[in-house]
Design a protein around this ligand. Structure first.
Ligand code: SF4
Length: 211
């Protein structure tokens, strides 16, 4: 089986560095990590655009439920996500709405706190930690499972074990984790789709195609 680092290098050679995350500020990134649950970044982009120029903790808190729901409607599940955004904002306020204050807190502590927020699971918490706060935590999502399983790795089903699989195999490097996850997303869109396009796939020579 191809070493995990070689897997990354092969993807990067193919697709180039992905330069993630697709947001303009850490707060936008954190809001986006909640809005992207069960949807894609195109829809999140539309919701974030509708939140402008009120994309700040204070202004979102000042919105009525109806207004917030209407603004984020393109991201889907908008009622639930509005409540999740509010729960997240309550947590953010406990840190003074200040990203710099969050930077003073240890990663494990932040992760535990985020997991206590209603509607924030491991994938969302880790996306916030990695892409908004630049912490070296590997993000696992459905694409990661799909690709790793198809290639033929003995890939754990449970989130924390799947995360440990990567973190034990790779140096603790935020920039590497950032781009590796982005490569998986790109690969899942280009080749390893629900119905895979194996012809021309850069991983095809080693892949066991366990589809
Ligand atoms: S060869 Fe096919 S199944 Fe394997 S990674 Fe590529 S697209 Fe996915």
């Amino acid at each position: 089986m191809m070493p995990v680092m070689s897997l990354y290098e092969r993807l990067k050679e193919t697709y180039g560095h992905q330069n993630w995350w697709p947001a303009d500020s850490p707060f936008e990134m954190m809001a986006g990590a909640i809005l992207v649950q069960n949807t894609n970044w195109n829809n999140v982009g539309k919701a974030l655009a509708r939140l402008q120029p009120d994309l700040s903790p204070e202004r979102i808190r000042a919105m009525t439920d109806e207004e917030l729901e209407e603004r984020i409607r393109p991201s889907g599940f908008f009622r639930m996500k509005a409540q999740r955004l509010r729960a997240f904002l309550e947590w953010f306020e406990s840190h003074g709405d200040d990203v710099r204050a969050l930077q003073q807190v240890e990663t494990d502590v932040l992760r535990e706190e985020l997991l206590q927020v209603k509607g924030i699971g491991a994938e969302t918490a880790d996306s916030i930690l990695l892409y908004a706060l630049y912490r070296p935590v590997f993000v696992i999502d459905a694409y990661t499972h799909r690709i790793m399983n198809r290639i033929g790795y003995q890939f754990p089903k449970k989130y924390n074990q799947a995360q440990a699989f990567f973190e034990e195999a790779l140096p603790k490097d935020e920039a590497l984790y950032n781009d590796f996850h982005a490569q998986f997303v790109r690969h899942a869109k280009e080749h390893c789709k629900k119905k895979p396009v194996c012809e021309g796939c850069p991983l095809e020579p080693e892949c066991e195609k366990q589809i």
